[in-house]
Design a protein around this ligand. Structure first.
Ligand SMILES: Cc1cc2nc3c(=O)[nH]c(=O)nc-3n(C[C@H](O)[C@H](O)[C@H](O)COP(=O)(O)O)c2cc1C
Length: 389
């Protein structure tokens, strides 16, 4: 199969991913929460934004590079944190990190990854760490220090899951980390032999166990190795701005709050010395009925002014979506499911394909808009004032 993998857009990759994955894993990747209105709204709000193209602007040489959190990147987007990528592909985080490095874009390690963060850093180019806090704050700080020592230059703290989200399908499907076989998911797995051999089979063969959450504080890890209950839970219902200030004080690099939708929270983030915020509704996987992230972006940008770097994610499936977020004023965009579809469809080559598709589409969109660089993308691409979002 050629580098295209027979996939000509992200939807093709997602189609292939769906065919390859057992239903339980597919639903973990694809679905949102409850009635999935937040997820649908992300798409309809992005689709509702329309461009008014400009012509005859000589777009022969378009520069897609951007300054992302202080450093130049080949593209104005990065791979966002996605936990349990190791269930989608064998050592999925490494495939994601390598593809990001080859494309010269940053990769974000999730707190919920199934590989030690140090193992991922060793394969990555520029790398960031995303944090969910454990019940014992001190134990969480230990993981944060590890990320710092390993060379992650930016810490994302994800705030849009103060309590675990209501993902009913996970309970119905019996899929989780660690994987616990039951009648339903065993049938599901047996009817997907490629995944069974290529993912679970590899773990059992090479490591003799199912993939587990890896970046646990030492104490939890020791208790599990002594036969304690695996699947320890994150707990951040008691996290507040005081807790965030503690993290800010200990982290030497840039610190970014993920899952901000309210301009008031952006103001607080700036007041507390954060470097940035990510306007996100977690791809519709946190609070159902939340505002579409793209609709929340302008007000957060206004509140942030030049005090914070403002990023966007949630619903990006096309290069034109990236262009829309940048044109509204986002500094960068995180990719969530789009690169995971690539991961399921073709491992590292599939992730590379997803990145290539998004960048080709972005370049083409910019040509139609008469934009030669990402700095040329501004609100004027939406047309005269009366058409502005
Ligand atoms: C399977 C999956 C796992 C995710 N895991 C995490 C995670 O561990 N930490 C986090 O901050 N966000 C996580 N996210 C959210 C993404 O970082 C991102 O906000 C979201 O996917 C963006 O929406 P999109 O997938 O529609 O692009 C996850 C998303 C998916 C689809």
């Amino acid at each position: 199969m050629s580098a295209s993998l027979g996939c000509w857009n992200i939807a093709d990759l997602s189609y292939k991913a769906r065919a390859r994955l057992p239903r339980g894993v597919w639903e973990y990747l694809e679905r949102g929460v409850e009635d999935e209105t937040g997820m649908d709204r992300n798409r309809s709000a992005l689709d509702a934004l329309t461009f008014v193209p400009r012509v005859a602007r000589n777009v022969e040489r378009i520069d897609l590079s951007a300054k992302l959190l202080g450093e130049r990147s080949a593209l104005p987007f990065a791979i966002g944190p996605t936990g349990a990528s190791g269930m989608i592909h064998y050592n999925g985080d490494i495939a994601l990190a390598r593809a990001a490095r080859s494309a010269d874009i940053p990769f974000t390690i999730s707190s919920a990854s199934t590989l030690d963060l140090e193992q991922i850093v060793a394969e990555a180019g520029r790398v960031w760490f995303q944090l969910y806090l454990w019940e014992n704050r001190e134990l969480s700080f230990e993981v944060v220090r590890r990320a710092q020592d390993a060379g992650c230059d930016t810490l994302f703290v994800t705030l849009d899951l103060p309590v675990p989200p209501n993902r009913e399908y996970l309970m119905r499907n019996g899929f989780g980390i660690p994987f616990k076989p039951n009648r339903q998911n065993v049938v599901d797995v047996l009817t997907h032999p490629r995944w069974l051999c290529g993912v679970i089979g590899q773990y059992l063969l090479r490591e003799g166990k199912f993939p587990q959450q890896a970046n646990l504080p030492r104490e939890l890890r020791q208790s599990i190795s002594k036969g304690g209950k695996p699947g320890a839970q994150f707990k951040q219902d008691n996290l507040d701005w005081v807790g965030l200030a503690e993290l800010r004080a200990m982290w030497r690099g840039k610190m970014v709050l993920k899952g901000i939708l309210h301009p008031g929270d952006a103001l607080l983030a700036a007041d507390r010395g954060m470097d940035g915020v990510i306007v996100s509704n977690h791809g519709g996987r946190a609070l159902d009925h939340s505002v579409a992230a793209i609709d929340a972006l302008p007000a957060v940008l206004d509140a942030a002014g030049d005090r914070l770097e403002v990023w966007f994610d949630s619903g990006v499936r096309r290069g034109s979506d990236v262009a829309k977020a940048l044109a509204l004023g986002a500094q960068g965009v995180l990719i969530g499911r789009a690169t995971l579809y690539g991961l399921a469809a073709g491992g590292e080559a599939g992730v590379a394909r997803a990145i290539a598709l998004l960048s080709q589409e972005l370049r083409r969109t910019m040509a139609y808009l008469g934009a030669n660089s990402v700095a040329d993308l501004d609100r004027s691409v939406f047309g005269p004032a009366h058409l502005l979002p």
